[in-house]
Write a protein that binds this ligand. Structure first.
Ligand code: PEP
Ligand code: MN
Length: 351
């Protein structure tokens, strides 16, 4: 897998631009603003997926030329969202440099397949947003469909996930999901879109910082010359000036060289942890063998599987032991509850 472009001086890779391209004037102002910040890629939605018909659905095909011309005027690359083969044809004809697949599309394998076939033979850089729902398999599946079509320049784009509970974020980040994606595709670039996570420009800086602290490779931030009057996502876009401030506050962790030094120093500790993890599994297996033997005994003597007094004693002595080792007792309680559940399951299966 190749990277989109090389990062200069280990800086995060930044993409910025309006949620939607609205007019020539708007995109030119935006391109000028972000180019002054040293940003290299201009984003803009041309075909917008909207919940209700009648909302602004993007400027359509005419926007391709406007986006390309604004980017070229300021020496930028440009990126837009494509959701079907018609969008792809129009974007490729117009010389759009980078494409992205939106969250609503990633969740639909039929659409991803059509997109993958339409892109086959091009090897244009493609960014794949996570699906709306917190389902890592759909995200991976979309990436795999594109790589199987011969595309090698793929970036994952994390934009948060739909949640049933109300919180401060429009789409809570659920960091464990992109972290697991990185484990599965360690060489693939992952970029964070704090704008769609936050839904509120006041929160963008904090999420951008968290992403960079997690080791994401870059950010895609929605940026509009007059955000309050934007035709879509008005609450979450920042002005180029605000973006400049956000970027100047970013604390970027360890350079690649420092990371290599760290890896070397951590190697010994990591092998200790690996071997302790193996021991943990061996011990769990031995514990389960003993549990099964007691299970046979209970069955032979006609006794019930669950013996509450015994379970209380097990838990209590585990918590006393945990305290002696300064381990968090609620953490140990969770682990022992899981172990006990699994043990009961094993004994019930036997009887
Ligand atoms: C966008 O980037 O403007 C967009 C529509 O994002 P998402 O697909 O993440 O909702
Ligand atoms: Mn948007």
């Amino acid at each position: 897998m190749r990277f989109l472009t090389k990062m200069k001086n280990d800086r995060p890779y930044i993409i910025a631009g309006p949620c939607s391209l609205e007019s020539e004037e708007q995109i030119l102002k935006c391109a000028e603003g972000i180019s002054k910040l040293g940003i290299e890629v201009l984003r803009a939605g041309i075909w917008k997926p909207r919940t209700h018909p009648g909302s602004f659905e993007g400027i359509g095909d005419a926007g391709v030329l406007m986006l390309k011309e604004a980017a070229m005027k300021y020496g930028l690359k440009c990126a837009t969202e494509v959701a079907n083969p018609k969008h792809i044809e129009s974007a490729l004809k117009g010389g759009i440099d980078i494409l992205w697949i939106g969250a609503r599309t990633t969740g639909n394998p039929f659409m991803v397949s059509e997109i993958a076939s339409a892109l086959s033979g091009t090897d244009i850089p493609v960014m794949v947003k996570n699906p709306l729902n917190p389902d890592i398999e759909l995200w991976c599946g979309a990436i795999e469909r594109l790589t199987r079509s011969g595309l090698s320049n793929i970036t994952a784009l994390h934009r948060g996930f739909y949640s049933y509970t109300d919180g401060i974020y429009r789409n809570p980040p659920m960091w464990h999901i992109p972290v697991e994606l990185r484990r599965r595709f360690p060489k693939m670039r992952i970029i964070c879109d704090p704008s769609h996570i936050c839904g509120d420009r006041r929160l963008v800086e904090e999420i951008a910082q968290q992403a960079i602290t997690f080791g994401f490779d870059g950010l895609m931030v929605e940026c509009h010359p007059d955000p309050e009057r934007a035709l879509s996502d008005a609450g979450q876009q920042v002005t180029p000036q605000m973006l400049g401030e956000i970027l100047s506050h970013l604390k970027i962790p360890v350079s690649t060289d420092k990371e290599k030094d760290f890896d070397r120093m951590a190697e010994e500790l990591r092998s200790t942890i690996d071997s302790l993890d193996e021991t943990l599994i061996d011990i769990l297996a031995r514990r389960m063998d003993a549990v099964r033997s007691i299970g046979s005994l209970k069955r032979k003597m006609g006794l019930p599987v669950l013996q509450p007094q015994r379970w209380n004693n097990v838990l209590e002595s585990a918590l006393v032991h945990a305290k002696e080792h300064s381990l968090d007792t609620s953490f140990i309680e969770k682990i022992f509850t899981l172990i006990h559940e699994e043990s009961m399951k094993n004994q019930v299966r036997q009887s």
